[in-house]
Design a protein around this ligand. Structure first.
Ligand code: ATP
Ligand code: F6P
Ligand code: MG
Length: 329
């Protein structure tokens, strides 16, 4: 297939997968940068599902007014099973062509990027990805928009739980989000002074959990917080609670924080990085990049090939776990 060197006159922007705080800041930045460069912008509503339905509307400067601070996404989002099918992606390519949309900005997580990659490979559609997921689990970028806000929300919740746990001398298991990844759990664990963090998709070491709780109690701690990274599905903390109560005779409470972590006003950091990434995405398309991601590495935005950003990020958990262990002494 020949490289697509056509000038971008019109682009589409969509959000896909789970929403993340800061997506709106990114959409605003994409729209304003594009219009500033004389490029028409179309909002594709509800992710890949909306693309297939032709739910596509032209955006203006004022379409994105007063949204930089809002959680969720004004473009809505979806998980679209059909998009795994080549024939369906062909339909998507036809729709873009009929609407004279020359390129796409896809804001989403690793799954959304995998979809974008196949769409590009099969139909030569220029695509720039903006990493937007609370999970921070995309390879090739140290940061994804929404992670900081989600961690802050979870930290605030755990602080509240700590108050009541301490007042009643209780142990709480607090389950945080992060499908198949432990990035949220580890940062929340550090920032809340947790006694232990249960990592995603790893064998649960009950002896260690019990030991960490008992060690704290023995030296006079009035409460214990165990952060649990959800695995494939939420609710793991209830299973751990049952085992601790029935097999280890410990009294524990469990709390699943759930979707409160995904909503809410983006932190300043998420707004800042989203604004920078939106700008960089449009500049990249304008300058001829065709299949890249606005990655954040070593404190700067850099363009990384999309092919490097579709694997799950390898977790380097040991340093953070060591810190948690050292400070929970
Ligand atoms: N291999 C793939 N091929 C084609 N499309 C895909 C593929 N993987 C994912 N997608 C599309 O991307 C959508 C979003 O993917 P997924 O549910 O994994 O979320 P995500 O983008 O990783 O975001 P998050 O994990 O933050 O919720 C899927 O519903 C599907 O439409
Ligand atoms: O809202 P849904 O579709 O149940 O997805 C939940 C998953 O999405 C994420 O919030 C990421 O968007 C994961 O952390 C979580 O496992
Ligand atoms: Mg994902």
């Amino acid at each position: 297939m020949e490289a697509n060197t056509k000038t971008i006159k019109s682009l589409g922007v969509l959000c896909s997968g789970g929403d993340s705080p800061g997506m709106n800041s990114a959409v605003r930045s994409v729209v304003r940068t594009a219009i500033g460069l004389g490029i028409e912008v179309y909002g594709i509503y509800k992710g890949y599902s909306g693309l297939l339905e032709g739910n596509i509307h032209k955006l203006s400067l004022s379409s994105v007014g007063n949204i930089i601070q809002r959680g969720g996404t004004i473009l809505d989002t979806s998980r679209c099973e059909e998009f795994h099918t080549p024939g369906i992606r062909q339909e998507a390519a036809h729709i873009l062509s009929r609407k004279h949309i020359d390129g796409l900005v896809v804001i989403g997580g690793n799954g959304s990027f995998a979809g974008a990659m196949t769409l590009h490979q099969e139909h030569d559609i220029p695509i720039i990805g903006i990493p937007g997921t609370i999970d921070n689990d995309i390879s090739g970028t140290e940061y994804t928009i929404g992670f900081n806000t989600a961690v802050q929300t979870a930290v605030n919740a755990v602080d509240n739980i700590r108050d009541t746990a301490s007042a009643h001398a209780r142990t709480f298991l607090v389950e945080v989000m992060g499908r198949r990844s432990s990035f949220i759990a580890l940062q929340v664990g550090i920032c809340t002074g947790a006694e232990h963090v249960v990592l995603s998709n790893q064998a649960i070491d009950y002896e260690k959990i019990v030991n960490d709780i008992n060690k704290g109690t023995a030296r006079g701690k009035t409460s214990s917080i165990i952060i649990v990274a959800e695995g494939e599905k939420s609710g793991l903390s209830y299973e751990i609670k049952d085992t601790l109560m029935t097999q280890y005779d410990l009294s524990v409470h469990a709390c699943v924080l759930g979707h409160i972590q995904r909503g809410g006003r983006p932190t300043a950091l998420d707004r800042l990085i989203a604004s920078q990434m939106g700008y960089a995405a449009v500049q990249a398309l304008h300058q001829g990049l065709r299949c890249h991601v606005t990655a954040f590495n070593k404190g700067e935005i850099e363009m990384v090939p999309l092919s490097e950003c579709i694997r799950g990020k390898t977790e380097s958990t040991e340093a953070q776990l060591e810190l948690i262990r050292a400070l929970a002494i």
